[in-house]
Design a protein around this ligand. Sequence first.
Ligand code: HEM
Length: 464
Amino acid sequence: MTEPTLTRPPVWQRIWRSIVREPFTGDRRSRLRLVMNNLILHLHPSQVPARTLRFTYTWGLGGLSGLLVVILAVTGMLLETAYTPSPDKAYTSILALSTRIWFGQFIRNLHHWSGNLMIIVVALHMLRVFFTGAFRAPREFNWLVGIALLLLTVIANFTGYLLPWDQLAYWAITVGSSIIVYIPLIGNGLANVLLGGPDIGPTTLLNFYAFHISIIPMAILVLMSLHFWRVRKDGGLSLPRSVDEPPVNKDENVLTVADLVRPEAVWATVALAGIVLWSAFVNAPLEALANPDASPNPAKAAWYFMGIQELLLHFHPLIGAIIVPTLGLLGMVALPYMDSDMDSVGIYFRSRRGRWLALFSAASGAMATALYVVLDEFFIDWAGWFYGLPAIISNGVLPLILLLLGVIGYYEFVRRVFRATKCEGVLSVFVLVLAGFIVLTLVGVFFRGAGMKLMFPWQIVTIH
Ligand code: HEM
């Protein structure tokens, strides 16, 4: 008797099934679709509520942040092949990108601009989540994960800033890392560990390189996966609605691949084309080789730390560089637990009144901050007025108390005078402080000249 022969599928079909675990259909197009759908359905559910597709609700900012991470990872890996993290080779390896390596300058531009853009895009994504109240239950934890992602984005940019080892890098990092020293008790030790000694040198470059290419990207990857997973576990995106609509719990569902992934792909292509075009024409800055003996005047931190550097000009360093930013950060962490009004989730700026309160608070915060900057330059003299008191009190604690009273007073003002609800009051304070911080950053970047003296727009025009 002859043995029955087992008919096994050909090897290439077995390989196929081992990868996608779906039967092989034989048609190339459907094969491709199968793989894509498998991949996409790990990120998205198979169906999503129709109203979450409104572009003007999310502005695609979360997805754009993700796209930037991918661009940064790819270009970063390419740059790594040409870069040596030692003071005598780092600068020349960056120079070689523009002279000896095909598309080297372009890849560097893509990496540089995507990194800077990512800070802006992630911050805007956070603002959209804040303004639509999407940080409230059940998304409080994802808001916290988001804050960690924002911090990591800034740290990734900061550590990357030193790598070209030019004057810009050396002095911006010198100014930026001098802030660490003001952390009470551990400041000096921490700065020593991070910089690998009291000053910026070869060990600093190596430490920053290690953080920049492995520790921080890994942390971003892990937290991003957690963030995406939580979006799904929290029931998908919060549902957008307009001011007059009643709360919605459910909506008609549409198919993800047809209705969400296509617009996402279009948006990603447009964004990618914009970044590629910009990077093709605008080169990332590179100054002369770092010279520890020749400090530029003014020596400024990177733009995203200019708000804090500006605070240092107005407060005692412990208060300006550590206490005020820490209070801001704690406020953001506490936000979902202080403001849990579920009625306005999904509505931009909470209500009609919330809309103009946000506008009013933005104008008030911007004007009050600009006024204080000018007054502090010419009239205010905390140390002189309270001569005899330690600087931390006269130039730190006293102005801090004034600042806190101003913020609390503003909250009470909008609550009583404009009859704002609690959540509209929190919105107003957030916008007030945010506008102040943006003005401080702009003043630091554009209106500080030699010796960090305040320059008015007409003085800048005269100098140029
Ligand atoms: C690397 C940085 C980040 C990436 C890649 C990212 C990505 C995303 C994506 C793709 C979504 C869904 C679509 C959208 O809302 O646009 C989302 C939603 C969300 N993100 Fe982020 N995000 C990042 C940072 C942040 C930050 C800084 C915060 C807040 C501090 C945050 C809080 C949230 C919350 C609460 C949601 C749910 C929003 C809702 O249900 O309406 N994320 N994020």
